[in-house]
Design a protein around this ligand. Structure first.
Ligand code: BG6
Length: 361
């Protein structure tokens, strides 16, 4: 049932105030400013024994894992990184006892991710699963994990599972941080930020008409560049992924500072840029990059927390804590890809050549 929406994708984008609230429900403790994650099956001593976090997933799950790695590094000050599941499993990974492995899968059935879980288990690794589908293969084979509770995701391109995964990582990062050095005050700041998310997502959804007009304006370009720095970079990658998956417009994502080391040669009026520019400590650096793009006559759509003369168009979203902003900044890019795909007459919910869950190698 698509609930009166023209496409499941738009329904699932619009559900996010509720799905994010469901991922959070019952998991925030206002007394100690910690997260309750009983499904991890780990006591405090064991939780403290890990020194690193390795995150594994495919496609959008992998990009949400990059947001997760950033959250864990910032809040728990543990080294963390994300890698595509297939790369991980084929390169004969070194599995270490002091590394906590976290696999991500909406369906819980993606073959490459499941095979990575099995490889890890075989080598004695401790593996968690951030999974949407209860009782799925990855949920069963992992040592513990976090269910998203986002409800069934029907459209092939992931949206609500992506934001819920990022929220689950914020809870995990809070949990790992609070058994280490994250202060009660910072724990409280994160808890309060998490609670603000559903209302702020509602506000972003009211920007749909503006974003639809922008999608129509930019959808005739043969390709688009997506850029961001640090917290903005995984958001840019996911924005590019959404656009290519459902609209078939070529889209490339780059760390903003890497532009000058190659892709700046591509910048012209025919290759507009979507720039993810949060109001954080990297704002000035990002605005400088926009100036460099402008100087090459590149058109710029900026998604951030303010307008800027450096951009042709700006989508302004509500500000949360710096660490949580990537979750909110993703949503305008989902709407942008959706409306670009509609404007181009694409089969939005069932894009060519793709499957919701890839259960083969
Ligand atoms: C791809 C889907 O095939 O699999 C993506 O098209 C998804 O939307 C990816 O992100 C991973 O799927 P899952 O179910 O493991 O999260």
């Amino acid at each position: 049932d698509n609930g009166g929406y023209e496409h499941y994708l738009l329904k699932e984008i619009s559900e996010q105030p509720d799905t994010v609230a469901r991922t959070l429900r019952g998991r925030i403790d206002d007394r100690f400013h910690i997260a309750h994650l009983g499904g991890l099956n780990m006591d405090a001593r064991e939780t403290r024994s890990f020194r690193r976090v390795k995150i594994i997933g495919c496609g959008s799950a992998y990009y949400s894992g990059q947001i997760g790695a950033q959250l864990i590094e910032e809040l728990a000050r543990m080294p963390a990184d994300a890698e595509p599941a297939s790369e991980f499993r084929y390169r004969g990974p070194v599995v270490e006892p002091d590394t906590l492995y976290v696999t991500i899968s909406q369906s819980g059935e993606t073959y490459d991710t499941l095979a990575a879980v099995q490889e890890l288990k075989r080598k004695g690794g401790r593996v968690l699963g951030i999974v949407n589908t209860v009782g799925s293969a990855i949920a069963r084979e992992t040592d513990g994990g976090i269910y998203l509770h986002a409800g069934p995701e029907v459209s092939v391109a992931s949206t609500k599972a992506f934001t819920s995964t990022a929220v689950a990582f914020a809870l995990l990062a809070l949990h790992l941080g609070r058994v280490r050095d994250l202060s009660p005050a910072d724990g409280r700041r994160v808890c309060e930020g998490l609670r603000r998310l559903p209302e702020q997502i509602k506000e972003i959804l009211t920007l749909e008409e503006q974003i639809r007009e922008l999608a129509i304006k930019y959808a005739d370009a043969p390709g688009m560049m997506f850029v961001g720095r640090v917290r903005g970079y995984p958001v840019a990658r996911e924005g590019a992924q959404k656009l290519k998956e459902i609209s078939y417009v070529h889209a490339e994502a780059y760390p903003a500072s890497e532009l000058k080391h190659g892709p700046l040669a591509l910048i012209s009026p025919e290759l507009p840029t979507v720039a993810v520019v949060p109001d954080d400590e990297l704002l000035d650096k990002n605005l400088t990059t926009l100036g460099e793009i402008r100087a090459r006559h590149g058109r710029i759509l900026m998604v951030g927390h303010r307008t800027s003369e450096a951009a042709d168009d700006c989508v302004v979203v509500p500000k949360n804590e710096n660490e949580l902003d990537p979750i909110l900044l993703t949503i305008p890019l989902q709407l942008f890809a959706y409306h670009a795909a509609v404007a181009l007459g694409r089969d939005v919910d069932k894009p060519r050549n793709l499957a919701k869950s890839v259960t083969v190698e």
